[in-house]
Design a binder for this molecule. Sequence first.
Ligand SMILES: [Zn+2]
Ligand SMILES: [Zn+2]
Length: 245
Amino acid sequence: MWLKIRRFLKLLFPDGLYCFGCGAIIDDSRPYGLCDDCVAKFHWANKKVCEKCGKIMKEEGVFSRCSDCRADEPPMVQGFTCFLYGLYEREVIQAFKYGGAGYMADKLGRLLWDRLQPEIARGLTWDYIVPVPIHKKKKKKRGYNQAALLARRLGELSGIPVLEAGLVRVRNTPAMSHLDRHQRALNLEGAFRVHEKVAEKFSGKRLLLVDDVYTTGTTASQCTLVLMEQGAEAVYVITLAAGAN
Ligand SMILES: [Zn+2]
Ligand SMILES: [Zn+2]
């Protein structure tokens, strides 16, 4: 219901007037499209995170890596995320993904860009931004690939070129929410390949893979492996949200 209202309001008012989380009226100075209440409700990845994948970890834990990364080291160099994929945060992501609310990428992409600032300050650089692709059937149904919209926005803000169709999803896999990590990996085997037109561009390059959500990391890992097979020097991953550890 709220989605329908939001879409309607979108026709009448410019971006940034309504909070993505609760619909409260906000002014355009809020950089992420969230009101102060929602900013306070979100679980931000600003305390202890997994040093490998960036997932939020419990403060009191003794490990520096999450259980997924300890069980099976992901092939990317490092992952970054902005907030927990919790119940409240999920609504914003779902609206962005399935609600025909692609315009949200403008603000959410800024969130990714701000998240990268400390990494850029410590010297990290990337040659290309590459979104995690969705299958063309899904894209047709949804109207857009949310990861590509985020990548495009990140490209605008950073000046880093975006290889929007760099990766292609060749197999449309069934939903994976009920599968464990190993089943997910099997499910995704051969699901991605690089686009032959840009394949030679990846060799020796430092890449930033963009997606909306990082859960077990299977998707990011499969994409990373495909890029590394093309000779990528390093692959980093950035997402809006990551699942709990
Ligand atoms: Zn709000
Ligand atoms: Zn991890």
